[in-house]
Ligand binder design. Structure first.
Ligand code: PGA
Length: 240
């Protein structure tokens, strides 16, 4: 069985006081969780979470470039220096706002892999793709192209674009079918099973509907991860 993983993606939606408040609340209320838990803060706050009980750290993005003159970018080495075990790449907000292609996502994932940081590759179809019946084809193409340069198994996060931040999560049936399709697409490519997480409007009420599905190995949580107690409840719904 693949161990469950739950990732908090704080995006650019938190300030430093709130990061400190989250940490205090989390550490005061922390309880046993069956899942491995990761927090992806804005990189400037990674050191505020150093040594936080019960969580590992994840980058929100990484540069595809070699260290050097790239103002505003973060290298995989920098994420490594700040203790990140994982790094998100290819989030739909980056694919749409920065026109990131699968080829760029593949290069970013490779940069992480070379430093033994596990890439969490985000994929997902648009509303139009789903309505035209092309969702599985589009996601399969993203998965294959984004993983093209990797030698070891990444984590895949299936996040339908229409479900992110919309309050309209996928149904567990839609998610389960896509997760099974992603696993079938990768087949034996990495010689071991690839964990596939669901993301998109996950909250305290719907989390266990996803994590109780066979093909869903965990969650990538945006808005509902900003509050420590809410996020803890989501994490504790895994395995319950
Ligand atoms: P959401 O975001 O939970 O706020 O929908 C998920 C994500 O974008 O990772």
């Amino acid at each position: 069985m693949i161990p469950k993983l739950v990732i908090a993606n704080w995006k650019m939606a938190i300030d430093r006081d709130s990061v400190r408040h989250f940490r205090n609340e989390w550490e005061a209320n922390q309880a046993f969780c069956e899942a491995k838990i990761l927090v992806a803060p804005p990189a400037i706050f990674l050191s505020d979470l150093d040594g936080m009980a019960g969580v590992a750290l994840c980058g929100q993005d990484v540069s595809a470039n070699e260290p050097g003159a790239h103002t505003g970018e973060l290298s995989a080495q920098m994420l490594n220096d700040f203790g990140c075990s994982h790094g998100l790449v290819g989030h739909s907000e980056r694919r749409s706002s920065w026109s990131e292609s699968d080829a760029l996502v593949a290069k970013k994932a490779l940069k992480l892999e070379l430093l033994q940081i596990c890439p969490v590759i985000c994929v997902g179809e648009s509303k139009a793709d789903r309505e035209s019946g092309r969702a599985e084809e589009v996601v399969a193409a993203q998965v294959l192209a984004s993983c093209a340069l990797l030698k070891s198994a990444p984590v895949i996060a299936y996040e339908p674009v229409w479900a992110i931040g919309s309050g309209e999560a996928a149904t567990p049936e839609i998610a389960e079918a896509m997760h099974a399709a992603i696993k079938a697409t990768l087949g034996e490519r990495f010689g071991k099973p690839v964990p596939v997480l669901y993301g998109g409007s996950v909250n305290e009420r719907n989390a266990s509907q996803f994590t109780s599905c066979d093909s869903i190995d965990g969650l990538l949580v945006g808005g509902a991860s900003l509050n420590a107690r809410t996020f803890l409840n989501i994490c504790q719904s895994v395995g319950s």
